[in-house]
Structures are given as C-alpha cells and as structure tokens.
Design a protein around this ligand. Sequence first.
Ligand code: NAD
Length: 245
Amino acid sequence: MSGPLDRRRVVVTGALGGIGTAVTARLLADGAQVLAVDRPDVVRQHREPGPPGLHVAGVDLRDPRAPTEIAGQALERLGGLDALVNNAGIELRASLPDHDDERWDAVLDVNLRAPFRLARDLADLLAAGRSPAVVNVCSIAVTGFAGQVAYDASKGGLLTLTRSLAVELGPRGVRANAVCPGFIDTPMLDEGELRSIAERVARTLPLRRLGRPDDVAGAISWLLGEDSGYVTGQSLFIDGGMNRQ
Ligand code: NAD
C-alpha cells in the first residue's frame, strides 16, 4: 500500500498495548510494513490474523538476547529495517519507600535499558536503511510526578538517550526524536489510582480531555516520515496542553 511511509520497514515494541495498537494501525495505513513486538504471553493471546504488512513477534525485551532476535526477524520478515519505535513501557505506582530494587530494575529494564540495547544493536541495520529514524515514547512524567519515581527516572533517561542518539547517529543519517504523551486513555491508566488522577487532571487541561492513542500515533507517523526529515533530537509533547515550556 502506498502512503507517506511507503514500504518503510518499522519495528514497533509494545505493539499490542493501547498506544502500540494505534501506532501499528496508523503506520500500516500510511504504507509501512511493521514488525510488531510484544511479550510472548501477550502475543500468544493475540490470535487474529493481521492485515497485509503486519508481522507479530513475541519477544521479552528484558531478555538480553532480544535485540538479536528482533534484528533476525526484521531481516527475515521485512528484509531490513528503516525505523524503530521504542514504545513498550511499564508503569509503577508506589511510594518512594516501596520502590525496592527489584521493582526499580523491572521499570528501568523495559523503559530505558531495552531502548538503549535496541539502538546500540540495531544501529548498523538502521543506518543501512532508507531515511532511517528512531522514535522513543517518553512521557509527560519527565517533568516529575509524585508516586512514580522509577517510571519518571526511566522516561527522563529515555529523553536524554534520544538526544544522545540524535548526535551519535545523525552523521550516519539516522534521526532520533521523542514523543512525550500526557494522560492517554489506555490500559496503563489502570495501574494503581492513575486513572482517577488522569481524569481529574484532564478536566483542567486547555483541551479538557484525556488523550487518545490515535493522538500519539499520528505524531509518530509524522516523525518517521520524510516530512520531518530535518527534525532530530526533539521532544514533542502530546498532552492536551499540560506542558507549555
Ligand atoms: P500499555 O500497557 O497498554 O502497553 C504497553 C505494552 O508494552 C504492552 O502491550 C506490554 O505487553 C508491552 N511490554 C511491557 N513489558 C514488555 C516486555 N518486557 N517485553 C515486550 N513488551 C513489553 O500502555 P500504553 O499506554 O499503550 O503505553 C505505551 C507507551 O506509552 C509506554 O512506553 C508508556 O510509558 C507510554 N506512555 C503512556 C501514557 C498513558 O497515559 N497511557 C502516557 C505517557 C507515556
């Protein structure tokens, strides 16, 4: 299918979650081929045959072998790689004393270590691709919220990783940008009391509503396409006007 992302070969992580599903659908509609990566147990429950251009892979991103597995599947099923969307993430609502090392490690592994490993290990494949681009899904949480220090730190780290990748990989033609969603209506809001906080905050926002996964998907598609070809190292807040800096 032709479109702004005509035949671009894209890996999307966390692709079967709320935002990932919308991103994958949008990229396919815009003409991309997508390797949709999610946890093996989540992929096993996802039985529908997908549309043309969609390939689904069950990979646990906490596994150090994940980048090798994803690179192999991208080569075999897509024939190469032009773009990477680091979208998988986990939230942890807990007080500071309840952030034990195990929970900290789980959040940092998925939200920061996995994007780092994928960027490091897929860089050569991306650099050989067509108009290569990375988009990292950060969060409004980079501004710092109470009750989620691991999550906030992981997303702050991911934002800085994005800027470093833009500088490191720019000379090889690879762009790297971040999106920072505000409160988006997905299953992630069901962690702790997050949904009630999100709904309360949404009523005070300039746009007076929660975000929708499609709000994020459109921005990611633009950041992967030729229309943003001179944009790198940037962060785009998709938050109904919450952050105005
Ligand atoms: P979600 O929980 O619906 O989706 C997250 C996906 O990541 C799930 O499909 C999950 O299976 C996958 N995942 C988690 N651990 C994994 C692992 N070890 N290996 C492979 N896949 C794994 O959440 P969402 O709201 O769609 O979030 C997507 C991204 O957007 C996340 O990075 C999240 O931090 C970010 N974000 C969400 C919001 C929001 O309000 N929903 C706000 C800001 C940022």
